[in-house]
Design a protein. Sequence first.
Length: 198
Amino acid sequence: MEDIRLIDINSISENAVKHNNKHRGNTHPIWEKIKSEYLLEDFLQIQLPLQRVKRAASIYDDYKFKLEYISLIRRAFINNLNIDTEYLELLFTSAKESLNGTTTNKELKKRYTEVEIIDKDGNSEHLRLLEDGLLIKPLAIETVSKLQDYDLLTYLDKVREKQNLSTKKKHIYEVALKEAMKRGLVLDISPHEANERK
């Protein structure tokens, strides 16, 4: 309470406010009242010293791993990441090798080399060179939260038509629908109800 105080802005000049020179201002009466009326001990629920409070033990089992794994893969699909079983097997092998200290975090993270290709007209393009020599163009991912309202509704119509083709496309549709509902662009209903109404 002594280190922070609420300034009565009326007790200093406009010039002091403009130049952020407020330390000469009087403490606001409400701050004095708070300081005199409330003590930290009023808020504490226990009398034990805080350093004696121990964190609850948490057991990491196969069930928790399964939930985390499914959640992680689902997030990858929603964000249109290029995930396949071959890549997952590569990660599995890398994780096992990392237990022996043979693979660093940097090696796990970087599976490609950034490459800039410049054509004869001087136009440049950024590509990725994979470990197997394949040159690919990185996906241009734009999250639905950054789309303008009209663009979001257009995108929602497009993904609605394809949502039944795969689980991945269904998740993409649900994410776009949630964003549109959050903005009040569509009725706040479940994806199932939305399909029945169309």
